[in-house]
Design a protein around this ligand. Sequence first.
Ligand code: PLP
Length: 400
Amino acid sequence: MIDLRGNTVENLEKPIYLDYGATSPMWPEAVAAMLPYFTERFGNPSGVCKAAQDARKGVEEARRKVAQALGGVPAQTVYFTGGGTESDNLALTGFVNAMRAQAPDKPLHIVVGATEHPAVLETARYLERTGVAVSYARCDANGVITPEYLEQAMRPDTVLVSIMYANNEVGTVQPVSELAAVSHTYGAVFHTDAVQAFGHISIDPASEGVDMLSASGHKFGGPKGTGFLYVREGVKLTPILNGGGQERHLRSGTLNVPGIIGMGEAARISAAGMAETVARVAGLRDLLQQLILEKLPDITVRGAGTPRLPGHLSLTVPGVTGENLVLMLNLRGICISAGSACTSGETAPSHVLSAMGLTEKECYGTVRITLGPQTTREEIEETAVAVIEEVTRLRSMNLG
Ligand code: PLP
């Protein structure tokens, strides 16, 4: 194998992980912070004994770290959950059920973005089956839901808007403050799924007018199966789980103490190094884009005309099927994905890319490369060489 500068590249011994949008390796400090909570601080934080108090102290410290990473919101506005999917379900279903409890006969309309993750889309469809009217706000060719597009979907009876902070497939960052302002004009509450954004770009829900925000620990160097929902004070939710009333009666179930500790620490680390990491990761992403496009200028970069997450690169490669390119790169030890990991395995073309106006063929020819804080320049240079070689090979074999 020859690299871009004509040097021979050794066989790739160390795998190159470029699928941070799917999940991220944990920060070693976050793992270390968790360990005592499996053994000496194993208590149930709802109890009274010393072990319980230790666990509770750890949980509240983690809550403060998350609140701090959200621009210093009050700690009691952060509710721990079992991940991004649960947070989204709680935000949408919990809000609708609270509205119903207040005024059972009031007609309810909600708006969700056309490019949402299934955690929001499927919840909206579920609510639709229970009698809620749902509209899907369209997006432009970059995946942006403009305030104008949101306006078109709003109605006098709209009670809730849910539009993701940044898209998982393309990385498009939405104009959140403006979308929240439109929602508020109609008296609607604004929820954002920030699963891809939190820990990667700076987020300040209080100044952005965000009423509820979902995030997931494993996307920013925390453990899987952890997440939180920020709920601005004054927003009423009905719990979706019945049980012991933990998390101030919003989320029943014994707290996942080690997980919460790990997520809190990951939130702290991500926030502390944010500016430096954003600049470095975006620089590497831009380098990868440039190296690939220099040799393969017919590739289209999706979402390039608008703010993107620093680590996201979505490429439509004419004459190549994304799945084949993913498989070929995997054989060389490079992990990327064809579209969104949470929906891959489906045969239908990506709803996100379709909403952006891509043809079915373009959807199937699109891959997602996502970088993270641990990504190195060496890995990016090796990946550029591999992408160029494999695309050329697939095209020459007419394999697409
Ligand atoms: N929302 C978005 C935008 C996501 O990308 C994902 C996972 O990829 C989720 C929600 C689901 O989060 P979790 O895996 O924590 O359930």
